[in-house]
Design a protein around this ligand. Structure first.
Ligand code: C2E
Ligand code: CA
Ligand code: CA
Ligand code: CA
Length: 278
């Protein structure tokens, strides 16, 4: 795989505190930004740690304000969730990602896996499955090329609902990953109840694994847990070759991180795939 790519994630974050007025202003800006097409999607490659082969990408949302600053998704996604705006923004991400998937299929990457983040609020919305299936149908993409990433905390907050939605969407061939795995306190029994395909180890473990032996023991346990459940394990936030080798040695199958590629616009992803696929 190709090792370096110019980043598209240089954030400038205006001093935004937590008070209600600022949040309201930010939400107003987000609404306007969405309507005026200032939200867009970038893609970060995922690779097989052993072969280095490109497997697919994660779709990540970006918001560029009128002034040209980037507001980090960690700041605006929670607002979008609380306000309900996430329903339409989430649909936009899904449709954009499906379109790009179609494009990758046309370029000959038949097994391309596009990972899309979804919020609990989207799962809770009654039209979620219809929206999802319509996005597939309208773009002519098969479910097996799409993976949904749900966070561990979301899976634990409403396991019952998540279980039902998963049962429904998995019939279309869509796969599911548990994101930020290891940061919550999911019990084994909860995990086993959920029909998921992949565990995505949080970046914090990748960092910790390298800095202390306790950290590496914990990373090992999280990876073993996933493997023990018969799941594919992917680590996010791999920045160095050293980390790649360590995660691979710990039994992690796949990886994502700056070492392989930063989140990038669609055209760049297409070039990256051309170079990153043996
Ligand atoms: P996430 O799903 O855990 O996404 C991974 C984050 O790690 C991304 O941050 C990515 O840019 C960053 N990252 C990837 N590789 C590296 C690395 O090697 N080093 C470091 N330091 N960081 C790395 P980003 O794009 O800022 O997204 C932050 C969060 O916002 C995401 O975390 C996700 O929870 C949320 N998000 C982004 N797009 C969407 C979306 O379309 N829908 C929803 N619901 N949430 C989204
Ligand atoms: Ca994710
Ligand atoms: Ca994550
Ligand atoms: Ca994370």
């Amino acid at each position: 795989a190709k090792l370096q790519h110019r980043g598209s994630s240089q954030y400038f974050s205006p001093a935004m505190g937590t008070d209600a007025r600022e949040r309201f202003k930010l939400l107003k800006g987000l609404r306007a930004g969405f309507e005026e097409n200032r939200l867009f999607v970038v893609y970060q490659p995922q690779v097989d740690l052993t072969s280095g082969q490109a497997l697919g990408a994660e779709a990540l949302l970006r918001w560029r304000t009128e002034e040209g600053n980037f507001v980090p998704p960690d700041q605006f996604i929670p607002l979008a969730e609380k306000s309900g705006l996430i329903i339409s923004i989430g649909e936009f991400v899904l449709r954009t990602a499906c379109h790009q998937t179609k494009r990758m299929l046309e370029l000959g990457y038949a097994d391309f896996r596009m990972c899309v983040n979804v919020s609990l609020a989207q799962f809770r919305h009654q039209d979620f499955i219809t929206t999802l299936l319509r996005a597939l149908r309208d773009t002519g993409v098969d479910g097996r090329n799409i993976e949904l990433e749900i966070t561990e905390s979301m899976a634990m907050e409403d396991t019952e609902l998540v279980m039902h939605i998963l049962a429904d969407i998995k019939r279309s061939g869509i796969t599911v990953a548990i994101d930020d795995f290891g940061t919550g306190f999911s019990s084994l029994s909860h995990l086993r109840q959920l029909d998921v395909d992949r565990l995505k180890i949080d970046r914090a473990f990748v960092r910790e694994a390298q800095s202390s032996s306790a950290g590496s023991t914990i990373a090992q346990m999280v990876i073993n847990l996933g493997r023990g459940l018969g799941l594919t394990v992917i680590a996010e936030g791999i920045e160095t070759e050293e980390q790649r080798l360590q995660l691979q040695a710990l039994g992690c199958h796949e990886g994502q991180g700056y070492l392989f590629g930063r989140p990038m616009p669609a055209e760049q992803l297409e070039r990256w795939m051309a170079q990153g696929t043996p």
